[in-house]
Design a protein around this ligand. Structure first.
Ligand code: G4P
Length: 534
């Protein structure tokens, strides 16, 4: 490879930053995304992202919703430039859309932004997504949002993150008051105060004035008790707070915390600037050839998501690929590691919201969408040059279960073909009852949306109408030592025994409490939350 291309690769990697936002619905992800895109000039008008969301919420008809959204049923990749950086925001879907894709998106991210509502603190979906980030040791940036509204004490919020997530915190800035009395934040690095002044029209867009901590005007500008409180707080955080150690941040052990208000655009720009200073650029990834740096000259990447287009006018499928090494070029021919076939990557797409735009090249850290001729499955590696394969994407422990019924026996063949293809594609996990008289597949998913997708696609692509019959279980555990171990423990109450596609035993529990009971009663009985690798 020429040194010219080598230099180009190094430059492109150096300026790329990629992240996903993890949050619970309503914390302000749409709002924050929109403000970030405004800085990048990717959208020109506040409200563009919001409008889409409103449109989505307005209809309860999922299929109609899907057609409106076109391709972006789940995650979309938003790409924008800012201060010379190329930023890729991998959008994890909101809760109405929660599915395994939400998790898988994190497999393609290099950094995560944990967005928290100051009044609510940690919420269930944030915790779940955090666990996935932890598995990958992703660097986590925390943005505590909605400071313009009454919220919880900042110290209490930091404490919750430390205690519940076992993640050290480092406050990058510190709020002065909250809600009606919110005055702004103290920026520890610059030793400056950003004053928050509500605009005349409510607080839609706040004015941000910056003054030095040593400036005597501060005493007049801040209410007395908040000024004294700030002095105390500064002493406290400087005294006990650990330094922000970049190595620890990059190992996912400490999180820088920013306080702000996305809606009023307060604190978003400083956050973006610090994020760019601290975030990980695309890093080496583990493969069968060892850890491969992004500047490795040959192209490689992996599939982290497959998506069937729900719009009947465009009945194509798209494979989303995270570029890991080398340069991607339009129409290039690559090797598909699992099948050993070669594939021509034509019609590559960059994905920005609903618009698809054709691209000519992409670099490590980018995501491209490829029309999937049916060869790709989740976790597949594509490469040029020497053969390599990236570590697969783990499957996730399902939490909702339902029988999938086919009321029309004449559609038997299409039904099983569809179910098996959708399972292979990773749309849903499937298990079967051990009771031979109950032959219908049991869908196992992390979110309701997955059931809807399966039903919709079975109807549209295979012509089979189906019925869903929910099962009242919420926890699945694979029996580590197989059927023999299960027989040894004898009868278990409040559980259902099922088998996965490889015939391995899986126990379904009504709830976490039932699971703990079983573990207590049988201390040597080993269970695991995801399937053992085949
Ligand atoms: P999500 O994508 O995480 O679900 O959250 P989204 O951005 O849609 O925000 C949820 C609600 O919280 C919205 O209000 C939004 O305006 C509000 N919000 C977001 N950031 C802030 C903030 O910094 N301060 C305050 N006070 N509110 C914030 P909504 O009433 O549901 O929608 P809308 O009528 O404002 O559009």
């Amino acid at each position: 490879m020429s040194t010219e291309i080598q230099t180009e690769l190094a430059t492109e990697v150096e300026r790329r930053r990629n992240f996903a936002i993890i949050s619970h619905p309503d914390a302000g992800k749409t709002t924050l995304t929109e403000k970030l895109l405004l800085y990048g000039g990717a959208i020109h008008e506040a409200g563009a992202v919001k409008a889409r969301r409103a449109q989505r919420k307005a209809t309860s008809d999922w299929m109609e919703m899907e057609q409106q959204r076109g391709i972006s049923i789940t995650s979309t990749v938003l790409q924008f430039n800012y201060h010379g950086y190329q930023i890729n925001l991998l959008d994890t879907p909101g809760h109405q859309d929660f599915s395994e894709d939400t998790y898988r998106t994190l497999a393609a991210a290099d950094n995560a932004v944990m967005l928290i509502d100051a009044a609510k603190g940690l919420e269930p979906q944030t915790r779940k997504l955090f666990e996935v980030c932890r598995l990958r040791s992703l660097p986590i940036f925390t943005f505590v949002n909605k400071l313009d509204r009454p919220g919880r004490e900042p110290l209490e919020l930091l404490d919750e993150i430390e205690q519940e997530l076992g993640l050290q915190t480092y406050a990058v800035n510190w709020p002065i008051g909250m809600g009606d009395r919110f005055q702004g934040v103290y920026d520890r690095r610059a030793k400056q105060i950003h004053l928050f002044e509500r605009s005349a029209h409510g607080s839609k867009e706040a004015v941000d004035t910056v003054i030095d901590l040593g400036d005597p005007r501060i005493e007049e500008l801040l209410p007395k008790e908040l000024y004294y409180q700030l002095k105390e707080d500064i002493e406290l955080i400087e005294g006990v707070g650990p330094e922000l150690d970049l190595e620890e941040l990059h190992a996912g052990l400490i999180t820088p915390v920013f306080f702000g208000s996305a809606m009023t655009n307060f604190g978003v720009e400083p956050f973006l600037n610090s994020f760019l200073d601290y975030a990980l650029k695309p890093t080496p990834r583990t493969s069968t050839l060892g850890d491969i740096p992004p500047t490795y000259p040959d192209f490689s990447g992996f599939v982290f998501k497959l998506q069937a287009n729900m719009d009947p006018k465009h009945r194509d499928r798209v494979a989303f690929i995270r570029v890991c090494t080398g340069r991607f070029e339009k129409d290039m021919t690559v090797n598909h590691a699992r099948s050993g076939k070669t594939v021509r990557l034509s019609r590559p797409q960059k994905l920005f919201a609903q618009d698809r735009e054709s691209i000519d090249e992409a670099y490590p850290g980018d995501v491209i969408g490829l029309n999937n001729p049916g060869v790709f499955a989740i976790g597949d590696t594509i490469y040029t040059g020497q053969k390599l394969e990236y570590a697969g994407i783990p499957s996730f422990s399902p939490e909702i279960f339902a029988y999938l019924r086919n009321p029309n026996p004449s559609k038997f063949k299409q039904f099983y073909k569809g179910v098996s293809e959708l399972q292979e594609e990773g749309a849903v996990q499937i298990v079967y009852s051990v009771d031979e008289s109950k032959r219908d597949p049991i869908l196992a998913a992390v979110g309701q949306l997955q059931f809807e997708v399966v039903q919709f696609r079975l109807l549209n692509e295979y012509g089979v109408e189906t019925r869903i019959e929910p099962l009242g279980y919420s926890v699945a555990r694979w029996v580590t030592d197989g059927w023999e171990a299960l027989e040894k423990v004898g009868r278990l109450f409040n559980t259902m025994t099922v088998k996965d596609l490889l015939g391995r035993p899986v126990l379904l529990f009504k709830n976490e409490w039932n699971l703990q009971q079983v573990l207590q009663d049988h201390p040597n009985f080993q269970l695991q939350s995801v399937a053992p690798l085949a």
